[in-house]
Write a protein that binds this ligand. Structure first.
Ligand code: C2O
Ligand code: CU
Length: 583
């Protein structure tokens, strides 16, 4: 068999090969047909030291971040998953993949499937139908932050509207030393224990915790070891004069980040799988769940190395920066740059972050025009609440709880007692509610009602931020929608005005994304089409916030969903629905 290059956009091929490949494609269509890519993953706990501090982390085939899924547009991905966690359930979500025709493989526990039990195997199978940079991660409780995450890179069939010589994936993360279970217990106790700031920031799974900060007992146990190769500094080696496409993504549990390469500008060309009208930044702000491609040219003084930095923004930073080395070949990759790492933007300055949000537009030539009007407008007020003595996050005074029976199965099989059949409200008392005042609305409830959206319609969502339960405090929330991309129509400060603000929407070249931030005391307006039959989660991508109820569920076209595989069943009211042979 002829060996064909896997990817036109990967490490740049010799031009002759590209021509040959294109010629073969034209001559024989079958050579270009979609492939099936098979993965076998074993998920288990292992002791690892990503930031030099040893703790239990969840690995895939022994690694965290897990293996990158490399595919081409149209390919089918099959992941055969083995849950070797012994005592813990599991589910994996394919973040940014629409799951058209396979809504049951979205991997959202409680929404699209029952958890995968310890010792069980589960087969995810879906098509990656659009090129771009996507992610995968655990979607059961707060399991993601235990280390179960990775990247999906889908290369396009058509040439891309920009060129580069090499590409590299960089997942940014924040890292806690306490276990996910300890954190979850604290968050769901009446004596509320907040997770606090992360201990370190990771760049592609590597960070550095200052071991001298530890108290004696843990030190004695040899828990922290700065010379452990698992926490060696992340190095990106570059050849002078070459252009690099960095696929940068954030999967932080909590933090908003500013990413920077000392002395180098970055040109933003892709966001969440859509081409961006190129713009240049010195630092890139990323919110959890977002992916970007930036082009960086190695055109500076080649006699030295430079810092790569990741810093917390939007919360008072107590976590030290994540550091990596941008290594100019042939300098030694471990040689520290002769400078101090560049200082990050002020953590509490919203303006540059809002400016970047506004700068992201669809690339001319690849604009997908949004419908000019919408059929339904849902305004979602984001608040912190105390409900029955528990600290929660709410949306329009409803704090989401997940049912024992996954929504998708309950809806498809008409199990009406599996969740609350009353839908949550489309808005809030916008005249009566002061978004600048400390939240003390006492009529919030915990509930599992869902929004039923009419199929093939256009829906507008306006995220309305507000003050938390602390004085003069409003947080940044990255909202992520499963099963769709939405147009980002606008951002604003203060309270959204339903009569005035829609007139300022960008209907000309709005970017499409799957994750977007709502800035402190601000609002963000989105539009999407309900054309993907299934049940889809829309939630804040901060682990603790979603765990505390910050999300909503959309159902659309349930009557068009095909026969559900029995592998997603077996819990709650579907206990008897599961056949023994995994389909
Ligand atoms: Cu990346 Cu529902 O999440
Ligand atoms: Cu949030």
């Amino acid at each position: 068999m002829l060996e064909l290059p896997l990817s036109l956009s990967g490490t740049r091929m010799v031009p002759k090969l590209v021509v040959l490949y294109l010629f073969l494609c034209l001559a024989n269509i079958s050579l270009c047909e979609a492939r099936i890519r098979h993965y076998k993953w074993d998920v288990k706990y292992e002791y690892k030291s990503p930031d030099c501090f040893k703790k239990l982390v969840i690995t895939i085939n022994g690694r965290t971040p897990g293996p990158t899924i490399l595919a081409q547009e149209g390919d089918t991905i099959i992941v055969q998953l083995n849950n070797s966690l012994f005592t813990e359930n599991l589910a994996i979500h394919w973040h940014g993949i629409h799951q058209h025709g396979t809504p049951w493989f979205d991997g959202t526990e409680g929404v699209t499937q029952c958890p995968i039990l310890p010792g069980d195997t589960f087969k995810y199978q879906f098509v990656v139908d659009r090129p771009g940079t996507y992610l995968y991660h655990a979607h059961y409780g707060m399991q993601r932050e235990a280390g179960l995450y990775g990247m999906i890179r889908v290369s396009p069939r058509d040439p891309e509207p920009f060129t580069y010589d090499y590409e590299q994936s960089i997942i940014l993360n924040d890292w806690y030393h306490r276990s996910t279970n300890e954190q979850a217990t604290g968050l769901s106790s009446k004596t509320f224990v907040w997770v606090g700031d992360p201990q370190s920031l990771l760049i592609q799974g590597k960070g550095r915790f200052d071991c001298s900060k530890l108290t004696a007992p843990s030190l004695d146990a040899g828990l922290c070891n700065l010379s452990n190769p698992e926490c060696s500094t992340y190095v990106q080696t570059v050849i002078p004069g070459k252009t690099y496409r960095l696929r940068v993504a954030s999967l932080t549990a909590l933090s908003a980040l500013s990413f920077q390469i000392e002395g180098h500008n970055m040109t933003v060309v892709e966001a969440d799988g859509h081409y961006v009208e190129p713009f240049v930044v010195q630092n890139l702000f990323l919110y959890s769940g977002e992916t970007y491609s930036v082009l960086v040219k190695a055109d500076r003084d080649r006699s030295r190395n430079y810092w790569i930095t990741s810093n917390v923004v939007s919360r008072n930073r107590t976590t030290p920066p994540g550091l990596g080395i941008f290594n100019y070949y042939p300098n030694h990759p471990r040689r520290s740059p002769p400078s101090t790492p560049p200082s990050p933007p002020a953590w509490d300055d919203v303006e540059p972050r809002l400016a970047q949000s506004l700068a992201i537009k669809a690339r001319s030539g690849s604009v997908i025009q949004p419908p000019p009007t919408s059929d339904r407008v849902i305004v979602l007020l984001n608040t912190q609440n105390t409900i029955d003595g528990y600290r929660r996050w709410s949306v329009n005074n409803v704090s989401l709880t997940l049912p024992r029976t996954p929504f998708l199965v309950a809806l498809k099989h008409n199990i009406t007692d599996a969740f609350d059949q009353t839908p949550p409200p489309d808005g809030y008392d916008s005249l009566g509610y002061d978004i600048f005042k400390v939240a003390n609305n006492t009529n919030a409830t915990s509930n599992n009602g869902i929004y039923r959206l009419k199929f093939n319609t256009t829906v507008d969502i306006v995220l309305q931020n507000a003050n938390t339960m602390n004085k003069n405090n409003s947080e940044t929330h990255p909202w992520h929608l499963h099963g769709h991309d939405f147009w980002v129509l606008g951002y604003g400060k203060g309270k959204f005005d339903v009569n005035r603000d829609p007139k300022k929407y960008n209907l000309v070249n709005p970017i499409m994304k799957n994750t977007v931030a709502v800035h402190p005391y601000g609002w963000t307006a989105l539009r999407f089409r309900t054309e993907n039959p299934g049940v889809w989660t829309f939630h804040c991508h901060i682990e603790a916030h979603f765990y505390m109820g910050m999300g909503v569920i959309f159902e659309e076209g349930i009557e068009r969903v095909g026969k559900l595989p029995s592998s997603i069943m077996g819990c709650g009211r579907t206990r008897g629905f599961r056949s023994n042979n995994t389909p």
